[in-house]
Design a protein around this ligand. Structure first.
Ligand code: ZN
Length: 151
């Protein structure tokens, strides 16, 4: 990771950890899901308000490390207003970013803020923190109400 990306990574993670977006309860949630990462102790509960196929609103609550919280915060800003299919496409791109070399098979421009999570790749333990919110979103959208764990 170059210095620029490392700086960006730290700044974005710290910002979202300190001032998480959409950190709220939803009054009109149509689906909910809980996620748990036992390796780190991260817990997140995610609520989604679907209008047809569109994610009208989304909120998360819970407690965990800075990476899990920042990832959940960024997730909510990116999928809000998107369709379920678009959200799943983002999830796939996100998984590419944190498991492969960026720039080889993913479109950097489309990634937006997700690119900062490329830094997580060097720390396999942290990959689970970063993906927890995304797995929890998948479960919510597919109406699986059991607790998702990263194990
Ligand atoms: Zn964590």
């Amino acid at each position: 990771m170059n210095d620029h990306l490392r700086e960006l990574y730290q700044q974005v993670i710290l910002d979202h950890n300190q001032y998480p977006k959409n950190f709220k309860k939803l009054d009109n949630a149509t689906c909910n899901s809980e996620g748990y990462n036992p390796l780190c102790g991260d817990r997140i509960s995610l609520a989604v308000e679907l209008a047809g196929n569109v994610i009208q609103d989304i909120g998360f609550q819970g407690s965990g490390c800075a990476i899990s919280k920042a990832s959940a915060s960024i997730l909510t800003t990116m999928v809000k207003g998107k369709t379920i299919q678009e959200a799943e496409k983002l999830f796939n791109m996100f998984q590419n970013v944190i498991t492969r070399d960026v720039g080889t098979d993913v479109d950097d421009m489309e990634l937006g803020k997700l690119i900062v999570f490329a830094g997580v790749r060097q720390f396999p333990m942290r990959v689970k923190c970063a993906t927890l919110a995304w797995h929890t979103l998948q479960a919510a959208l597919h109406h699986q109400n059991e607790v998702v764990t990263t194990e």
